[in-house]
Design a protein around this ligand. Sequence first.
Ligand SMILES: NC(=O)c1ccc[n+]([C@@H]2O[C@H](COP(=O)([O-])OP(=O)(O)OC[C@H]3O[C@@H](n4cnc5c(N)ncnc54)[C@H](O)[C@@H]3O)[C@@H](O)[C@H]2O)c1
Length: 259
Amino acid sequence: MNGSGIRLDGKIAVITGIGGGIGRSAALGFAAAGAAVVGCDINAAAAEETVLLAKEAGFSIQAMTGVDLGDPDQAADWIDEAAGVHGGIDILYNNASTQRFGPISELSVADWDFTMRNELDLVFYTTRAAWPHLVARGGGAVLNVGSIAALRGVEFTPQNAHGTAKGGVISLSLNLAVEGGPHGIRVNVISPGLIETDNTRQFIADPSDDTRAMLGRIPLQRHGQPSDIVDAAVFLCSDHATWITGANLVIDGGGSILG
Ligand SMILES: NC(=O)c1ccc[n+]([C@@H]2O[C@H](COP(=O)([O-])OP(=O)(O)OC[C@H]3O[C@@H](n4cnc5c(N)ncnc54)[C@H](O)[C@@H]3O)[C@@H](O)[C@H]2O)c1
């Protein structure tokens, strides 16, 4: 949810992966901030649950379910459909991703390709399709999601393909920030540290020394919650951030600043 108090009234926000841990929180948080939210997820049941939770909270959000954003045609069709719901796009929040982890000796070419498709390619597909809609509105905000795994080695599980794909997302964002400037399109990245979701609870609970050491050295002394990301996302997509583009905001309790 959005605890920042910052408003997004009048803005149309298109958010990918709203069935997931952070994406659900983002859909609810952006709606609570006053944005008209249109979301999608390949996981139909999870996306529908988010729509229901929004309804229970008094917000109406739209979702297209079963969309595979790793398919360029499905991604483009969804963006056009999403733009049609409220008559445009002001914010594209590329939250969705999925990946395969494994040491390089065990990671197959299929695992590598799967990770690139579902972490990097899909960001290109949706952003390329949304670009003319953003230009038509006279500008807008694209928010992409990197990771601390793109900025340094990660000690608690091998993240070779994931880190590479997220590094690509950051580089793509920097270049699109330059392309977007003359159109009033801002492109920023949030790079989270370990955030508690259904998928990461196993890592957080992992009693191994590497995981304990990683969590134990976070200066702010806790792992992250989805709201830590969503509050910053609302700000970066709001009119309070109109001179911020090309930023990669690391949100990790300070864990990655230590040598
Ligand atoms: N949770 C963390 O600790 C953490 C850390 C760093 C970065 N991130 C990033 O934050 C974002 C959200 O993470 P999360 O933990 O909420 O993940 P999550 O797995 O809970 O949610 C991701 C959602 O995206 C959807 N999705 C995946 N591939 C898709 C596709 N091809 N088409 C349509 N939908 C698709 C999934 O179905 C899922 O609902 C991701 O980009 C992730 O890489 C998360």
